[in-house]
Design a protein around this ligand. Sequence first.
Ligand SMILES: Cc1cc2nc3c(=O)[nH]c(=O)nc-3n(C[C@H](O)[C@H](O)[C@H](O)COP(=O)(O)O)c2cc1C
Length: 380
Amino acid sequence: MNQNFPSLFSPIKIRNLNLKNRITMAPLFLGYANPDGTTSSLLLDHYQEMASSGVSLIVVENVGIDPLGLGSPFTLRIDEERFLFGLSGLAKTIHQQGTLAIAQINHAGRWAFMPEKIAPSPVNTFGSFPREMTEADIEQVIKAFALAARRIKEAGFDGVELHGGTGYLLVQFLSPRTNQRTDIYGGSLENRMRFPLRVVDEVLRAVGPDFPVGYRFLADEWQPDGLHLEETALYARELEKQGLAYLSVMAGTYDVFFNPDYLQKEKEEGYMVSFAKGIKEAVPSLPVITAGRIKTPGFADRIIKEKQADLIGLARVLLADPLWPKKAEQGLTEPLVACEPTCSLCLNRVAGGKPVFCSRWGKARQKKFLERIGEKEERD
Ligand SMILES: Cc1cc2nc3c(=O)[nH]c(=O)nc-3n(C[C@H](O)[C@H](O)[C@H](O)COP(=O)(O)O)c2cc1C
C-alpha cells in the first residue's frame, strides 16, 4: 500500500480490466495525427511517454467515426478499415508500457471542421448554421458509431469510450438548446435521449457484452438555458441501465469555453469535481472519472477517499508533467511541474491548427519539439 496517497494508489476493477491505481489520462487532442487521420510517429511517441507515466489507463483522444464528424483536419479516424493498422500500432504502443488503452470515438456534429455540418437542428454555431439531420442521417450515424466501436475492439484496445461531452453530436441531441426538433428525437427529455441511447445500444450490440464501453458525460452545459444535473442525472440512470462500464464526467461546451466567467472558473483546482460527485450519487453502481485541474496527488487522494469519484483523469496536468503519477507514487520527493492556469498555449495551438506543445516543458524540450515539426522558434 502506498503510504502517502493510499486511496489514489489503490487498485480498482472495471469489468474485466484491472487498474493498478486510480490515475488515468483523460483524452487530450493535440493535433499530432497526420492530415489524413492516420497515426504519426509524433503521436505514437507522445502516447508512449504518456503510457510510461505511471497512469493505469489511457483514454486516447477523440477518433472520428465519420468524415462529416471530424473536429479538425488532424483528428484520428476510424471510419474505414484502412485506419485499423495504425490504431492497432497505437494500442500496442500503450500496452507495451503495461498500461491499459481505451479509445474515444466521436462525431463532432455542428462543431465539425468541414464546410458541410450536420446537427439535430440548424442552430447558430459561431455564425454558421448546420444542416438538420434527416432520419437517414440519423440511421447512418448510428451505424457508423457501431462500426467504429467494433473496429476499436479489433484494433486491440481494452475498451471504447463514446464522446458525449464538449458539445459534440451526442450531447447536441440531449441539449434543449441545440435540439429543437419536433419529431421523436426532440422535445421531451425522453425524446432528446433517444438518439444517444440508440447509439449506445448499437455500440453495445456491436462489441458484445465483454468489451467495456465508457461514456464521456456532460453533466452541465454551464448555461442558464442548458442541461443541468436535474436532467443529466436522469440520463445517467438510463446509461447505467444500458450497461455502460463507466462515466467520465465533465461540464461546459464550446459555446462557453471562451466566456470570461468559464475561463475564471476553469482556473480552480478540481473545477468539475462537484459534477462528478452529483452524477456518482445518481448512479452509485457506475465508476465515475473526474478531471479538471487535479493539481496535486493530495487533492486527488481526497477525491477518491471521500468517494466524490472513483478515478482521476489528468489531461493538461499530465502533459505539463508526464512524471506526475511517478512523483506521486514516490511521495513527492521531486516537485511537480504544474500546468499554468493563465496559460492557454495548448488551446491556442489547437485553435490555430498547430501541434500542441506545453509552455511548462523545459526550453530544450520545446526547441526539440519545434524542430521536429519544422516550426521556427518564435511563439504565436
Ligand atoms: C487541448 C485540449 C484537447 C482536449 N481534447 C479532448 C478530447 O479529445 N476528448 C475529450 O473528451 N476531452 C478533451 N479535452 C478535455 C480534457 O479531457 C479534460 O477534461 C480537461 O482538459 C480538464 O482536465 P485538465 O485540467 O487536466 O486538462 C481536451 C482539453 C484540451 C485543453
